[in-house]
Design a protein around this ligand. Structure first.
Ligand SMILES: Cc1ncc(COP(=O)(O)O)c(C=O)c1O
Length: 306
């Protein structure tokens, strides 16, 4: 599908979308009430970040999005290079230096009365908003209090968590549990009681200098991947294996990983202070994460036009 010209810099200041093949203001981007993305959560998406005027690991997000599309039997009428251009266009149109940039594909609307997903025309949307943190910097400084929920993440045999999805009811209910208890956010477990993930992040613990994170049953987050790679480069011992919630509660340090803030040290588990906050391993990884933003291989500077 031919691409429209990129919008002028800050033409849609503060937030710009790409919907129905055109750039527009966020408020003008529309989705049908009958889109299966809405009525069935039949959609996939990805979120990249722009920090100080450059995308971070955009190619990795685009690769993951195309893998998710293939797995869901969804398709968009754009190549990877065109998608990259659209995402750059959204950031330029929004005029943002630090941004949350989403790409979304929904099943679309099958003809009236039809229940066959093959008959739907898939829809593609993208948008850029001001950067969204999992926890804002003030909360990070104060210390995140994580509720370790007993709620079980939807089974990976039912919905493949490696495909970024909107099956979030378990995560959202765990957030309500967290807020009811005065906590800041939550994580859920798998059916065997291993720590899975949280609403928008992967979960890590450090015990005796060794970093641990779940092996399966979670989204393979780009930030999780970055943390894993950094452990290798920095010579920090790492175990990617099931992490029982009982062991997790004995952690020395805990941190979360997300595009919404990178590596986020946790201060308390269910109100109980962790022995180390921010712990030395979390701090080292956090510093290395932000230093990676200056590496040319990870940066894709936004062309803001004149
Ligand atoms: C359920 C879930 N797990 C983990 C993550 C972290 O993934 P990433 O590091 O790619 O942002 C997200 C991000 O939105 C998520 O929704």
């Amino acid at each position: 599908m031919p691409l429209p010209p990129l919008p002028a810099a800050a033409a849609f200041e503060g937030g710009c979308a790409f919907a129905d093949g055109a750039f527009c203001a966020l408020a003008d981007a529309k989705i049908s009430l009958f889109d299966w993305g809405f009525t069935r959560s039949d959609a996939t998406y990805d979120v990249a970040s722009v920090w100080q005027g450059a995308f971070f690991r955009l190619d990795t997000h685009i690769e993951r999005f195309f893998a998710s599309l293939a797995s869901m039997r969804l398709a968009i009428p754009y190549s990877g290079a065109e998608l990259r251009r659209i995402l750059h266009g959204c950031v330029r149109g929004a005029g943002l230096r630090d941004a949350y940039v989403a790409m979304v594909c929904t099943r679309g609307v099958p003809p009236r009365g039809a229940r066959d997903p093959r008959l739907a025309v898939n829809r593609f949307y993208a948008y850029a908003l001001p950067f969204v943190w999992i926890a804002p910097p003030e909360k990070q400084a104060q210390g995140i209090d994580l509720h370790v929920s007993e709620r079980v993440r939807i089974a990976p045999e039912s919905v493949d968590p490696r495909v970024k999805n909107y099956h979030w009811i378990d995560l959202v209910q765990s957030l309500f549990d967290a807020y009811d208890r005065g906590r800041d956010t939550s994580c859920v477990v798998d059916a065997q009681g291993h720590i899975a993930e949280g609403p928008g992040f992967n979960v890590f613990m450090v015990k005796g200098g060794v970093v641990h994170t779940a092996e399966r049953g979670v989204l393979e987050g780009v930030s999780r991947r970055t943390a894993i790679e950094l452990c290798g480069w920095l010579g920090i011992p790492l175990r990617v294996q099931p992490l029982p919630a009982t062991e997790f509660r004995q952690a020395d340090e805990v941190f979360l990983t997300s595009t919404g803030g990178g590596i986020l040290p946790v201060a308390r588990l269910d109100g109980v202070p962790l022995p180390q906050f921010p712990g030395p391993v979390s701090k080292r990884l956090q510093a290395a994460y932000w230093a990676m933003h200056d590496e040319p291989a990870c940066r894709d500077p936004v062309d803001y036009g004149a």
